[in-house]
Each structure stands twice: as structure tokens, then as C-alpha cells.
Ligand binder design. Structure first.
Ligand code: NI
Ligand code: MN
Length: 226
């Protein structure tokens, strides 16, 4: 699978030839100025929750690319009301077989409201399973023992975990989460974008390697194969 970083929690993962874009927040991100949001491609847009720093560019990218929006019921309804009809609603605990693989929407311990205060359903994360491998995209979440349930059903190739602290897990908690999900290859997200989530990146990478795990921190715009 090919993974590209667009900064903060926005990543593109190519699975079975389909481009899955997670939590697009590019145009307002001062660290992602080199990314032209009008050139970002997507076949699917997956939204973990309704906070501004996860949805800012959903409408512009969805309108241009005609990508299908996958999210919880409330978020999908909100976009339907704004004229975006190519959508797929899910809710916590549900799975659906798409043309690239099986998507499960799982619990995150977080809140979810739109910038105007509208209720955005329960915050979640995604597990993607395909013949090319499986991964977990945690979204914004605190550490929860419910993550242990994931290993009962899934064998993950890699996982996206928030590491910035304050609003989500920090590095120490993310290491514990990587134990809970039994995954040694972690892509860090949700750090450095705002003052409250600035971290020492070298130290975070070192903390993971000291327990024989890999923390991958992307340069924005970079693509790697996993
Ligand atoms: Ni959030
Ligand atoms: Mn966030």
C-alpha cells in the first residue's frame, strides 16, 4: 500500500488501486502550504469525526473529485444536506465491504461536533482490511483498553495513531496503544500543527525504537510504500 502525508491527520492510502483520503485538513494548515488542495485526488474520503481540523477540505475535494464520503451517520447526513450525495453512512461497530476492502468504523474516545456546533455523531476510527494488508486509522482518541478488541479480529500491517497529546494520546500512550493493537509499525499523526500539540519528534521516534517499535513521521507531501 502507498501512503502519502498531507499534514496533521490527513493521509492518502492507495489500496487495490483506490485512493482513500483520510481527514482532509490541508488549506488551513500552515505546515502544508506546499500542498495544492486542488490537485489532491481521491476515490473515497473517510472522515473520523466532525472537528474542523479533520473536515476543512472535504467539500471542495468531494465536489471536484466526486469521491464517495464514508463516515458516521450524522456526518454523512450533514454533507447530504449540503448537496453531496455520494456518501456511505456507518456507525460504531459496523463493517461494510467496499471494492477495495472491508471497512470497519470503530470507537474513538473523543468528541465530534462541526465548527458551527452541530452534533457530529460519535467520534470513530477506521480499520481497513484488504488482500494487500490491513491497517487501523485511529482518528483523534485517548488511550482505551477497547483497542485490545481489535487484535481479536484483525492482524494489522501498520496503524495511524495520534501522538501530539493534549487533545489525544501522547507518545507514551501511543506506545501502549501499539501494544493493545499488537502492531509494531506506527505512523504518527496529530502533532506540531498547533502550539498545544508541539512535540519533540526525535525523542518520540527514540521512545518507540527503545521498545523495538517503529514510529514513522512523514515529511508533508512524502509518499512511502508499506
Ligand atoms: Ni478532534
Ligand atoms: Mn483533531
Amino acid at each position: 500500500m502507498k501512503v502519502t502525508s498531507y499534514g496533521h491527520s490527513c493521509f492518502m492510502v492507495e489500496v487495490k488501486g483506490k485512493r482513500l483520503l483520510f481527514d482532509p485538513y490541508i488549506s488551513p494548515n500552515p505546515n502544508a502550504k506546499e500542498i495544492d488542495v486542488n490537485k489532491v485526488q481521491a476515490d473515497y474520503i473517510l472522515i473520523t469525526h466532525a472537528h474542523e481540523d479533520h473536515i476543512a477540505d472535504v467539500e471542495t475535494i468531494a465536489k471536484r473529485t466526486k469521491a464517495k464520503i464514508i463516515s458516521n451517520y450524522e456526518i454523512v447526513n450533514w454533507y447530504n444536506a449540503r448537496g453531496l450525495k455520494n456518501t456511505h453512512p456507518m456507525n460504531i461497530g459496523g463493517s461494510f465491504d467496499f471494492d477495495f476492502g472491508l471497512v470497519s468504523y470503530v470507537q474513538a474516545v473523543h468528541s465530534s461536533s462541526f465548527p458551527d456546533g452541530t452534533y457530529g455523531g460519535l467520534a470513530g476510527g477506521f480499520i481497513i482490511e484488504s488482500s494487500e494488508g490491513s491497517f487501523y486509522f485511529a482518528g483523534d482518541t485517548g488511550l482505551t483498553t477497547n483497542m485490545k478488541l481489535i487484535t481479536e479480529f484483525k492482524d494489522l500491517s501498520f496503524a495511524f495513531l495520534p501522538i501530539g497529546g493534549n487533545f489525544t494520546m501522547n507518545t507514551e500512550a501511543a506506545i501502549m496503544a501499539s501494544d493493545f493493537i499488537n502492531c509494531k509499525t506506527i505512523i504518527g499523526m496529530h502533532y506540531d500543527t498547533f502550539d498545544l500539540i508541539k512535540i519533540d519528534k526525535e525523542e518520540a521516534v527514540e521512545q518507540f525504537s527503545s521498545v523495538q517499535k517503529e514510529l514513522i513521521l512523514f515529511d508533508i507531501g512524502k509518499t512511502i510504500n508499506l
